[in-house]
Design a protein around this ligand. Structure first.
Ligand SMILES: C[S@@+](CC[C@H](N)C(=O)[O-])C[C@H]1O[C@@H](n2cnc3c(N)ncnc32)[C@H](O)[C@@H]1O
Length: 197
């Protein structure tokens, strides 16, 4: 039992830490390579206080469950499904960042800059918010990967609610910037986040 527990905990926690480290460092490096070092701050690491609290809660849940209910962590098909979600979510998000290029800023633009063009090509042909779609899949995937039932539900609700508010706010400005071009784009392409129109 100790052996299984050690192997399971070691592998799942290692996968989670690697996923998190890779996500944040690649996000920062991409931001620097697209916008230049002088325009990028540490906020591009995307590590907020709320995010840290969520990750610490998920780690606590993991440690408590691996101790009290070790059997819960042995559903490897569920854990591997989470791993697949992490990889797919990461790919979708990074492809979105590269496709949008300079248009992809971590802070929502509220003033139209001349070089800001509407991106509707590549992955933006299939979803208006592939970056958010990718993050949603990635974040929920991290919790499925470590077989954390409570955090899976909590992450789904919290991340979904965050995007359900952020998307209309972001689109309010996109409609101001691009007018009917954005209306027409929004009519034909889904948001990419479930149940957000
Ligand atoms: C964090 S990025 C997220 C982009 C997009 N919502 C996504 O999930 O891929 C936010 C910035 O992207 C810009 N943006 C969002 N969709 C865009 C599009 N289709 N074309 C150009 N800029 C876009 C917004 O103006 C905002 O400043």
């Amino acid at each position: 039992m100790t052996e299984i527990l050690c192997y399971t905990a070691f592998r799942q926690l290692l996968q989670m830490f690697l996923a998190i480290i890779f996500f944040h460092i690649s996000e920062y490096i991409l931001a620097i390579s697209i916008h230049g070092r002088s325009s990028v701050t540490l906020t591009s690491l995307l590590i907020s206080k709320n995010y840290l609290v969520a990750m610490i809660c998920s780690l606590l849940e993991y440690l408590l469950e691996v101790y009290f209910f070790p059997g819960l962590k042995e559903y490897w098909w569920i854990s591997n499904l989470g791993l697949v979600m992490v990889v797919i979510g990461e790919i979708i998000r990074k492809v979105a960042i590269v496709t949008a290029g300079q248009a992809f800023t971590h802070r929502i633009k509220i003033y139209h800059e001349e070089h800001h063009k509407l991106v509707t090509s590549g992955v933006y042909r299939f979803a208006r918010h592939p970056g958010y779609c990718g993050f949603f899949i990635w974040s929920v995937g991290t919790q499925i990967m470590v077989c954390n039932p409570l955090s899976t539900i909590a992450f789904t609700i919290v991340v979904w609610s965050f995007f359900a508010k952020r998307i209309p706010y972001e689109e309010f400005f996109l409609r101001q910037f691009f007018g009917s071009e954005y209306d027409e784009y929004a009519r034909r392409v889904p948001s990419g986040v479930p149940f957000v129109s």
